[in-house]
Ligand binder design. Sequence first.
Ligand SMILES: Nc1nc2c(ncn2[C@@H]2O[C@H](COP(=O)(O)OP(=O)(O)OP(=O)(O)O)[C@@H](O)[C@H]2O)c(=O)[nH]1
Ligand SMILES: [Mg+2]
Length: 196
Amino acid sequence: MSTINFSAREINFKIVYYGPGLSGKTTNLKKIYEQVPAESKGEMVSLATEDERTLFFDFLPLDLGKVNGFKTRFHLYTVPGQVFYNSSRKLILRGVDGVVFVADSSPARLRANAESLRNLRENLLEYNLRLSEVPFVIQANKRDLEDAIDMDMLKRVLDPQGKVPFFEAVAADFDGVFEPLRAVATMVLEKLAQKA
Ligand SMILES: Nc1nc2c(ncn2[C@@H]2O[C@H](COP(=O)(O)OP(=O)(O)OP(=O)(O)O)[C@@H](O)[C@H]2O)c(=O)[nH]1
Ligand SMILES: [Mg+2]
């Protein structure tokens, strides 16, 4: 849920990067952090295991310019993808404004992608939210893999109705990292404008 601070003329939004383990969620935030100028970002916080798997979340605050004289601050979070960290994932979704689903293009991870998407729907329902009501985009990451799954196949599995904006990415090479963020941020702002 976006929060508006009238005295500071600031609107805060929460964007959550969701997806199966090792799909590249943390990589997205790291690459965004590397590219954004210092004055537009805060410290990135990562709570990770020794082997760099996300333990609780990553957090990166970004200023993405002004809308109607209000500063827009986007708080980016990742969830831990590993199946057994579900209570953390659920907690991180509290108050979410938009979701970037980072899918893994490896054919071996097709089922993991589908299960993570189902898990996202279930966890949102705990907050009485339906995914169809939340600004939502899908990033097909790891398009550099030699055996990367066909995009049509991935779309059929993750979005059979063809309603969700898809983006192809090689997050590790900084390819396609900003497009899904920009798209979801635009959707979030449009939703706020409709409510106003
Ligand atoms: N080939 C390839 N590897 C990538 C890409 N993006 C990320 N990786 C690699 O995938 C591995 C996992 O990346 P992370 O960003 O840690 O994945 P995660 O989704 O945060 O994983 P969890 O925190 O366990 O949920 C790392 O070794 C990355 O370097 C990509 O576009 N292509
Ligand atoms: Mg991670």
